[in-house]
Design a protein around this ligand. Sequence first.
Ligand SMILES: Nc1ncnc2c1ncn2[C@@H]1O[C@H](COP(=O)(O)OP(=O)(O)OP(=O)(O)O)[C@@H](O)[C@H]1O
Length: 268
Amino acid sequence: MNPHAWLAELDAELRRRGTGPETAGHVVAEAAAHLSDSGENPVTVFGRPDSYAAAVIEIIGNRARRAPGPIRLRAQGITKRYRRRVVLDNVDLTVRAGQIAAVVGANGCGKSTFLGICAGLLSPDAGEVRVAGRIGYCPQDGGVADFLRPDEHFVLVGAGAGLSRVTAKERGRNSAAALGWTAADAPTARQLSGGTRQKLNLVMSTLTEPDVLLLDEPYQGFDRGTYVNFWDQLYRLRDEGKAIVVVTHLLNQLDGVDLVLDLTGAAS
Ligand SMILES: Nc1ncnc2c1ncn2[C@@H]1O[C@H](COP(=O)(O)OP(=O)(O)OP(=O)(O)O)[C@@H](O)[C@H]1O
């Protein structure tokens, strides 16, 4: 395996295992410097990229991650009924600054309902949610206005938080670029593909730099590159101290998150 391919695989392995982009960058840069100085075969020096990533994480994993901060979201005893049917029965979740919580479970078990309650869009029949700070919410679908361009969405969302038009556009375009999407000059939302509309939703949810980010399967329709960029962004936001709750069906990401709330069987 040539050094370039080996380093790329190491980087991907580190990120897949939940290492933040900054730490992964340091580890890869150090390995690259050693390989370039010695001219040796990477597999001979370090072994396979996945084994090396596992070894590095074992040594630095816990040290590299900052300890979680204060509680940002506390949901206690959440119960929700639709008519006589109990969808959520006494569900608790506490998320601190610098943590990602994944909400998982079978179709229809109440994940979106729970997130909607956390966002304050739905009322629980019992229990309460306390949030410290500003919320950003990305719904599973909907959320965009067909007749507006992405820039106009950014300005509208930014206005709600007192951002100037210029700042709102700049922030929106920058976080779109981090997902590999050029939002400037994009057409109205009606003309965007499903995956791109979902990128727009995601960008809007982070535009006002919320303290608590609630994401309901935000990556639907993303291609593979965007999907990787999405998780990188999530780890970066966690490193910056955001509290994140993400609904996901993709269990391969669960070793990168801090908490898992499995709602399977949450109904009574
Ligand atoms: N407004 C509503 N009125 C009646 N029933 C509802 C309503 N909203 C959701 N439900 C029902 O509540 C249950 C939980 O729905 P919810 O959308 O929260 O599940 P989910 O776990 O997010 O599902 P999925 O994985 O398919 O996205 C489902 O059986 C759904 O049909």
